[in-house]
Design a binder for this molecule. Sequence first.
Ligand code: ADP
Ligand code: MG
Length: 253
Amino acid sequence: MARRKKVYEGKAKILYEGPEPGTLIQYFKDDAATQPTQKAGPADGRGVLNNRLSEFFMSGLNLIGVPTHFIRRLNMREQLIRMVEIIPVTVTVRNFAAGDLSARLGIPEGTPLPRPIVEFYFKDDKLGNPLVTEEHVIAFGWASQQDLDDMVALALRVNDFLSGAMLGAGIRLADFQIEVGRTWEGDYMRLIVADEISPDSCRLWDLRAAETPDREGQTREPGPLDDVYTELARRLGVMPSNVTHATKPTLIN
Ligand code: ADP
Ligand code: MG
């Protein structure tokens, strides 16, 4: 039996060649939180939960006609995805001021924004994933104007779906980011949601805790969810019964 081929290893995931052309297997690791938006959660089981959570959101998006790379989950840590050509620009949608935006523009964290704000960041860890404008994206050939319009439309549909799903679980989606990739069907190219949708790509604030009065009887501003991976999975009902042990990668085929 031949060992399957590793295509890429990043901070949070490993990509292996898939069983059919045009597919990949995405393996979710347990490494430390990759986004500064989250407090480091428990290392054990984080990959398992992100695999489940990304499945939950992506399959939900597929069902309402928002195309994603997700095909099916294979096991605790792996999912089968469609291989795409990743656009080297992440799309961020913000509903409430936080992080970078608050720092750059001096808007206090937690301020509701007048409408969802879509931003593009150049995907380059060494450069610290800098904010770029549509001008940069087009001038440097990372994507066309049509691609950008499609990316904005996709991101806003993801925002509606995700915001609703989170709100139903007593959680505010302050902002999130997605990666988008190209796929070809015959002569037609289209853009689909790729990578992952998980606490590592979303800034989530707990509305339930904020509603509970503190000792002085004051309600609080919503803040980050404690133990965000486990808590989000629990509230959405996607918590597998046993997530505390790390499983080894399994060979399929
Ligand atoms: P990084 O450390 O670069 O963020 P990750 O650990 O998140 O990497 O691994 C995922 C990598 O796989 C990212 O580089 C991402 O752009 C890429 N990727 C995600 N989905 C797909 C896909 N469907 N096809 C091809 N590449 C993908
Ligand atoms: Mg990543």
